[in-house]
Design a protein around this ligand. Structure first.
Ligand SMILES: Cc1cc2nc3c(=O)[nH]c(=O)nc-3n(C[C@H](O)[C@H](O)[C@H](O)COP(=O)(O)O)c2cc1C
Length: 159
């Protein structure tokens, strides 16, 4: 992954071409009625709206838990997070990581990728192998530790 993926809407940082990125990672408990078709609708909305806002990331759904990584310009990510928090399709939103840094995007090509719980470890390890950014490495290692010690399904109980 490289700076050539810089998206429209990114605020340029002081480095050569890296953007100032706001990053939010959270997990939440899905509402009882949430099934794959509900999740497909959420992903369709995300794929329609996120590119206009310069937001990229991934969404994991499994064991009644959502896990989402969002990255993009601060105002857009904050605005989206405010809408997401009030969404009745889930509750108990727990922030796992939140930061604003000049850094490369971890998932530059994903307007919102749906990842299954058994793929998440591999996806995060792949991102780790591809980033040279210290902050990204830190966040990824932290999440991998959480997932390795308790599994995604128990993430909610652990935090
Ligand atoms: C777990 C979860 C993740 C979501 N992720 C996104 C997202 O990445 N982008 C998005 O536009 N909406 C996402 N949504 C949907 C928003 O909560 C909201 O319904 C949508 O942005 C439309 O908002 P509006 O009806 O206020 O315009 C998500 C909802 C849930 C429950």
């Amino acid at each position: 992954m490289s700076a050539q993926h810089l998206r429209q809407g990114d605020e340029p940082g002081p480095g050569p071409q890296l953007p100032l990125l706001h990053q939010v990672v959270y997990c939440s408990r899905a509402a009882r009625e949430v099934d794959d078709s509900v999740v497909d609708r959420i992903v369709a909305t995300a794929r329609r709206t996120n590119p206009r806002q310069g937001i990229t990331g991934l969404l994991v759904f499994g064991s009644g838990v959502f896990f989402q990584w969002l990255e993009g310009p601060r105002d857009h990510v904050t605005g989206l997070m405010a809408r997401i928090k009030h969404d009745p399709r889930h509750d108990e939103v727990v922030m796992l990581s939140q930061s604003e840094e000049v850094r490369e995007r971890l998932f530059p090509d994903w307007s919102m990728e749906l990842v299954t719980p058994d793929q998440i470890r591999e996806v995060l390890l792949d991102a780790l192998a591809n980033t040279e950014d210290e902050k990204n490495t830190e966040s990824l290692n932290l999440l991998l530790q959480k997932i390795d010690s308790n599994g995604l399904g128990r993430l909610m109980r652990e935090v």
